[in-house]
Ligand binder design. Structure first.
Ligand code: ASP
Ligand code: MG
Length: 437
């Protein structure tokens, strides 16, 4: 059994819903997980915001606009009056529910109930469409099995027990359908797995049923080996280790968040990124692969600031690093790259919100200098230290570019280099030329 998850854009229009149904119909008894149609969760957030602010008109207008969009979708999606009517009634109930929150008290609890409606609606539309197509689909409501514990962590035992029972109750189904993102908390109240949480749902389900594979369908053909906006001829990466994918997540590469794939990683379930627009394309397979002795991908992150703290007091002293890092902690700023020497340390941050205060505090410990407008270039692959020559290849490729920092050996999967923003384009292209051609 596989888990097939489709994101908001993949079910974003009536036509896309039809395409997804066609894609999954004859692929065996799998569990299909859907996000809300694209834009819907944002609209529901907006509605909640109006309700918090007691702006009834704003809420009503946004609800009406959203409902109108669904009426059009229904009109386009179904061919028979019977299914149009059934879907209209079911979706109408969802909107009655959303409208019922126009009450004096509106809290986080009410908001979560509203946010849950997007996935309930998209799966209802899909359910009726599949039924109209004669597919023997069974709805497995996420609110009946997806649950978090008192620490707001997924209650994996509960999920597994409940989900298996639900599947066993419906042995004749040819396909199961469920909602991403939504769940109940330890008290049984409606909750969610945070924005973008449908991937997490897919991964949790995959782990619970020990799925053969988890497919994450979006509108891009997997993870590319470099940024297509800056480099010509980039190609999708065929295979990535979970750790390599985790390294790339920071770089805004359209890829799964490491926590979202953790259940899959721990249970050794491969995750495949696929493209609804090009279903035949192989996409990217993420799994606990064996060492491949190859470099897989290059990514860049803009708006990086480098801070150097130099102090002769650091030489042979202990506790210096802690003092430096503590300052960043106090100012709630995370450090990304680190490079040290005996008498200095350079770190990078990706926001300058508290920079002034950080610098003021750092000056107590040493001489501080700052470089703005820098870019982290990250090279990901099998960079285990005993492999020979890989780091040399990377550094060599950039030999004509001034490099401010290099970080290597932090994991077995990456080497990061800090360069000026004005050198980013050149750096990305030089790396692609050297590593992938
Ligand atoms: N619909 C939710 C969101 O937009 C969850 C998801 O799409 O993954 O954040
Ligand atoms: Mg999403």
């Amino acid at each position: 059994m596989k888990v097939l998850k489709f994101g908001g854009t993949s079910v974003g229009t009536a036509q896309r819903i039809k395409d997804v149904a066609a894609l999954v119909a004859n692929r065996g008894k799998n569990i299909v997980v859907l996000s809300a149609m694209s834009g819907t969760t944002n609209s529901l957030v907006e509605i909640s915001d109006y309700l918090y602010k007691k702006n009834v008109t704003g809420a009503k207008e946004t609800i009406n606009a959203l409902e109108a969009k669904y009426s059009r979708t229904i009109e386009e999606l179904y061919s028979s009056e019977e299914f149009k009517k059934a879907a209209t009634e079911a979706i109408g109930e969802r909107f009655d529910f959303i409208r019922s929150f126009n009450k004096p008290i509106f809290t986080l609890f009410e908001e979560k109930e509203i946010l849950a409606q997007g996935e309930l609606i998209s799966t209802t539309l899909m359910y009726y469409y599949m039924k109209e197509q004669g597919i023997n689909v069974v709805m497995i409501p996420a609110l009946d099995f997806m649950r978090t514990d008192k620490n707001a962590e997924p209650d994996t035992q509960y999920i597994q027990t409940k989900l298996s029972a639900l599947l066993e109750e419906n042995p004749d189904a040819s396909l199961y359908l469920t909602q991403g993102y939504i769940c109940r908390n330890a008290y049984g109240e409606i909750d969610n797995l945070q924005r973008g949480g449908s991937d997490y749902t897919a991964s949790l389900i995959g782990a619970a049923i020990n799925a053969e594979e988890i497919e994450i369908w979006t509108d891009i053909d997997g993870m590319h080996n470099n940024d297509p906006r800056f480099v010509e001829g980039t190609k999708p990466v065929k295979e990535l280790h979970f750790e390599e994918a985790a390294e790339l997540a920071y770089f805004g590469a359209k890829i799964l968040h490491p926590t979202c794939v953790l259940p899959a990683k721990l249970n050794n379930i491969p995750v495949r990124l696929l493209n609804t627009m090009d279903p035949e394309a192989p996409g990217t397979l993420i799994f606990n692969s064996r060492p491949t002795h190859s470099i897989k991908a290059v990514a860049a992150k803009d708006n990086i600031t480098a801070i150097k703290i130099k102090s002769s007091r650091m030489l042979l002293a202990y506790g210096f690093m802690r003092k430096v890092f503590e300052i960043f902690e106090t100012h709630r700023t995370s450090i990304d790259m680190v490079a040290t020497s005996e008498v200095g340390v350079s770190v990078t941050v990706d926001n300058e919100r508290n920079l002034h205060a950080i610098i003021e505090d750092l000056k107590k410990f040493g001489t501080v200098s700052v470089d703005h407008d820098m870019v982290i270039i990250c090279v990901v692959g099998d960079l285990e230290w005993q492999n020979r020559g890989f780091e040399a290849e990377v550094v060599n490729a950039l030999k004509d570019i001034p490099v401010r920092m290099i970080s290597y050996g932090g994991s077995n999967y990456n080497i990061s280099l800090l360069v000026r923003k004005c050198d980013k384009l050149k750096a990305l292209n030089l790396l692609s030329d050297r590593l992938f051609k």
